[in-house]
Design a protein around this ligand. Sequence first.
Ligand code: NAD
Length: 392
Amino acid sequence: MTVKPKIRGFICTTAHPDGCRAIVGSQIGYVKKAGKINGPKKVLVIGASMGYGLASRIAAAYGCGAATIGVIFDKPGSETKTASAGWYNTAAFEEFAHADGLYAKTVNGDAFSSGIKEQVIELIKKDLGKVDMVIYSLAAPRRTTSDGTVYSSVLKTTGKEFTNKTIDVRSGEISEATISPATETEIFATVKVMGGEDWKEWIGALRSADVIEDGAVTVAYSYIGPEMTHPIYKDGSIGRAKDHLAATAKEITRSIDGVNAYVSVNKALVTQSSAAIPIVPLYISILYKVMKDMGLHEGCIEQMYRLLAEKIYGGTVKTDENGLIRLDDLEMRDDVQEKVGEIWNSISSGNISECADLDGYRKDFNRLFGFDADGIDYEADTDTAVGIPSLT
Ligand code: NAD
C-alpha cells in the first residue's frame, strides 16, 4: 500500500517502513563514521525503539560492537495497516545488525511488567550470560504496577498556574498556553511512571538473577533546560519524577552491589514524548535555529555516541557536582541561552520563520514516523507487514 502521514495532535498514526529503515540506516552510518568506542559488549536497552533509546542501541552496537537486547512496546503492521514506527525501526535495526554480524534480539511487551522482566532475564541467561550495561530510556504516559494499579503521568506545574508562549507546530501560530498545577495525587502518579522505581526494580531483578556483570553501568535519561521552561519541566510534575530518577541512581549505586548508576541530562530534541509537552516545542524550534546557526546542533545519535565515547567510556565517567552526566552542555552554554532568550522575548506568529527553525522541527517530527527521509519514494507501494527478525 501507499503510506501517507496521518497526524492527530502530537502523534502520527501511520509510519513508513522504508523511511524508518532509511533513518535507522543513516544513524548507523553516522556511528560507523564516528569510529569505535572501547565500551560495553553486552547491552540491554529498555525503551529501545524510538528517540534516545533507539540511538543508544545503535551507538552501543555500532560504536562498541555490543550485542544488544532491546525491550520495546510496539505494534506490528499487516497488509492493510502500518505498524508503529518503533516496530519498523526495530525491524530495520535487527536486519542491519544481523547483516553486520552483530547479535540483536528484541522483547516486545510492557517493560513495567514482571513478565517482561522475567522474559528478558531468561533471554540474557540463554544467549549472553550477563550484561555489562543497562540503558533505561522509557518515556511512557502510564504504568500498571504489579498490584494492578494504573498510574498516569501528567505534564503540569507544581504550586501555581503558569502562562507562557506556545506554538501550534502545524500552523506556525504562536499563542499563550496556561498550564494548571498538578494535584499531589497527580504528582505522585507521575513519579510512579517516570521516576526511578521501575528502573531500580529492573536492576534489582537482573542482580538477583545474576545476569548483570560486576562493574556494570546503568544509565537513565533526564532533562533540565533553561528558566523559561522550568515551571513546566524542571519544577513541574515531570521534574519531580526526574528528581526521583536522580535520587534512584544514587540508591542503585549504594544498594545494588557491583552496579554504577547514572543519570544523563540530555539535550531537548523532537521525539514523540517531547512533542506532547506544552511550550517546549516552541523552545525546541528556537533552540534548533540558534544551535544550527552556531554549528552546535546535535540529534539523538550524535548525543548518544558522545555519551558513550566521551562521557561514560572515555576514561573516568564525567559528571557535574551533583553526579549528573551533562550531555546538555552545549544547549546550556551561556551564549546559546542568551540568544534563545532574546528570540523568545521577541518571537511572534509574524516573525516565526526568521526566528525559529520550524521547518527543522516539522522535518524531525515527520522523520520520527519514517516520513521526510531522503531517497524514499513516498508515492510507491510498500510492504507494511514487515517482521522483526528475532520475533518471527
Ligand atoms: P521516545 O518517545 O522517543 O521513546 C520512548 C521509548 O519508550 C519508545 O521506544 C517507546 O516505545 C518506549 N516505551 C514506552 N512505554 C513503554 C513500555 N511500557 N514498555 C516498553 N517500552 C516502552 O522518548 P525519548 O524522548 O527518547 O525519551 C527517552 C528518555 O529520554 C525519557 O526519560 C525522556 O524524559 C528523556 N529525555 C528526552 C529528551 C527529549 O527532548 N526528547 C531530553 C532529555 C531527556
